[in-house]
Design a protein around this ligand. Structure first.
Ligand code: NAP
Length: 299
């Protein structure tokens, strides 16, 4: 279950586990530790974080569990993000919800993430969202220093357009290895706006956030969602597999080597989608989902 598409870039698992919602999981430290160990047992070794998740608390919840078994660190890849400033009771220094890619903020954010995660390096640091004020030269200098200090091994971005990605890459010696973007049968834009083509061209791994549309594919009841649910259910029934497995197999089928970042805290749900790696959707079934989500036939 290793991610083999880009052997020189992203060295994570085929499917990653996200911790955005982990403050809602109501787990004790030992339950969190068990959850992480079970992820590792499933071959899910890539864990996705951001400084701001859970009002700046989620990295710390993960770090608390990691500290119970520090030997786990070598068996996993930690992805985290920086760059969003979120006003919060725990951060009285922040007054405006905005972005900050000044070197000072990047360094301070990484230091806070390392302290919260209770580890001494981050495998991949992502810039969380593009900012009109991002100075690519200043970011490049910050990345160089973080790499030299051994604090961060690889760098990437999230929610960047191809042009924003190219601008930053043009100032860096090492390749950006990830662009984490919203992708699911309900979020098709990156398939058509050049984002996935661009990543494939440069052998950069797309990580898909909210690959089950943040649960909308289960809870939602709008016309489009109901249509997509129906077609996915029919395919799942005919293949004798689960609904969520079809959705994830649909993403894995794309030639760019998408790495879905799952968000449930229920280990049985992660175990289910891990089986998607063994399912190959036919082109007919892939296009049935595509056409149904688009709401019209291909031209
Ligand atoms: N880069 C970015 O800007 C960005 C933005 C958002 C998220 N992310 C990353 O992406 C990760 C995943 O996002 P996500 O949580 O939205 O992903 P997701 O896996 O699409 O959605 C998770 C939601 O779906 C529900 N769900 C999953 N399987 C289900 C099932 N079989 N039946 C019913 N409900 C089900 C979960 O409920 P339960 O918890 O009850 O299972 C949870 O509410 C985050 O943790 C974060 O790491 C990144």
């Amino acid at each position: 279950m290793r991610h083999q598409y880009h052997p020189l870039g992203f060295e994570g698992s085929r499917i990653a586990q996200g911790f955005w919602r982990c403050h809602e999981w109501d787990m004790s430290v030992s339950e969190r530790l068990d959850f992480i160990l079970s992820c590792l047992d499933l071959g899910v070794t890539t864990f996705d974080h951001a400084d701001i998740y859970g009002d700046y608390r989620c990295e710390g919840l993960f770090g608390e569990a990691l500290a119970k078994k520090p030997a786990m660190r070598d068996k996993m890849e930690i992805v985290t993000k920086c760059g969003i400033l979120l006003p919060s009771e725990s951060r009285p220094d922040i007054s405006v919800h905005r972005y900050d890619y000044r070197a000072k903020h990047i360094h301070e954010s990484v230091d806070r993430s390392l302290a919260n995660l209770q580890c001494d390096y981050i495998d991949t640091l992502l810039l969380h969202r593009p900012s009109p004020l991002m100075d690519a030269d200043e970011v490049a200098q910050a990345f160089d220093l973080l790499f030299t200090l051994g604090k961060v091994k690889h760098f990437g971005v999230s929610n960047f357009t191809p042009a924003q990605f190219d601008l930053l890459q043009s100032r860096l010696d090492a390749p950006l290895i990830v662009n984490q973007i919203e992708l699911s049968p309900l979020s098709l834009a990156p398939f058509e706006d050049g984002t996935l083509d661009h990543l494939q061209q440069h052998a950069v791994t797309p990580m898909a956030w909210s690959p089950l549309a943040g649960g909308e594919l289960f809870r939602g009841n709008g016309d489009r969602i109901v249509r997509v649910k129906e077609v996915v259910s029919d395919i799942a029934k005919s293949m004798k597999v689960n609904f969520d497995q079809v959705v994830i197999a649909w993403l894995l089928r794309h030639p760019s080597g998408i790495c879905p970042v799952m968000g449930s805290g229920k280990i049985e749900r992660l175990a289910s989608v891990c089986q998607a790696a063994n399912i190959v959707l036919s082109d007919d079934d892939w296009f049935k989902i595509w056409i149904t989500s688009q709401g019209h036939p291909v031209p």
